[in-house]
Design a protein around this ligand. Structure first.
Ligand SMILES: [Zn+2]
Length: 203
């Protein structure tokens, strides 16, 4: 069969992989809240909505990076972009469904799922092997962005998800205020948790 990521795969294998990837991502997301001392950081900064959203952004990014690295083991025979699309589709579909069922949860603490999802896609684009020098906007970066944002748009349209009238680029622009808040917080997250928060080390 050809699955959502556009690769010929065994249906049973891919179905199991989607479930396992989603579970790993959920557990990793919650675990990183603890590892990064997010409660303490939020208390320190007044626990306002933007602070909480920025910390959710941090947990999302760390979780997707961890899950991608893990999935790269059993799916090591696939191209990295295929594994990224598999990981992204797994997380997107389940969380999108969940948010459709519980729309009241779209407010407050978590950024809108559509914005979280595009941010997760962007994080996946940034995960590269080897030396991180001058890769930003290079051919691989552009191709991976096009592939993952394209998959995001197809999933949005196909599932009729929230904000499916907006493009990936438009949603990414809406997430910038969360990232700006994260930039304000990340030195304190690093200090309180004893972990690294620069783009490179946080992978
Ligand atoms: Zn969370």
């Amino acid at each position: 069969m050809i699955d959502a990521v556009g690769t010929e795969v065994d249906a049973q294998q891919i179905g199991e992989a989607h479930k396992q990837i989603l579970l790993m991502w959920l557990v990793a997301h919650e675990l990183f809240h603890v590892v990064r001392h997010h409660d303490e950081v939020a208390r320190h900064h007044g626990n306002d909505v933007m602070t909480q959203r920025a910390l959710e952004h941090d947990a999302d990014n760390l979780a997707i990076a961890a899950v991608y690295r893990i999935a790269s083991g059993p799916f090591g025979n696939f191209q990295p972009i295929v594994v990224k699309k598999l990981v992204f589709a797994s997380v997107y579909c389940a969380i999108s469904d969940w948010h459709q069922c519980f729309p009241y949860r779209l407010t407050d603490v978590h950024p809108r799922w559509s914005s979280r999802a595009i941010s997760i896609a962007y994080k996946l684009v940034s995960l590269r092997e080897g030396e991180r020098t001058n890769w930003h906007l290079d051919a691989e970066w552009l191709r991976d962005t096009r592939e993952l944002f394209g998959l995001f748009d197809r999933l949005q349209q196909g599932l009729g998800s929230l904000d499916s009238d907006l493009s990936a680029q438009q949603l990414w622009a809406k997430h910038i205020d969360v990232i700006d808040r994260w930039e304000d917080l990340k030195a304190d997250v690093s200090r309180l948790s004893g972990t690294l928060t620069s783009l490179r080390e946080s992978e």
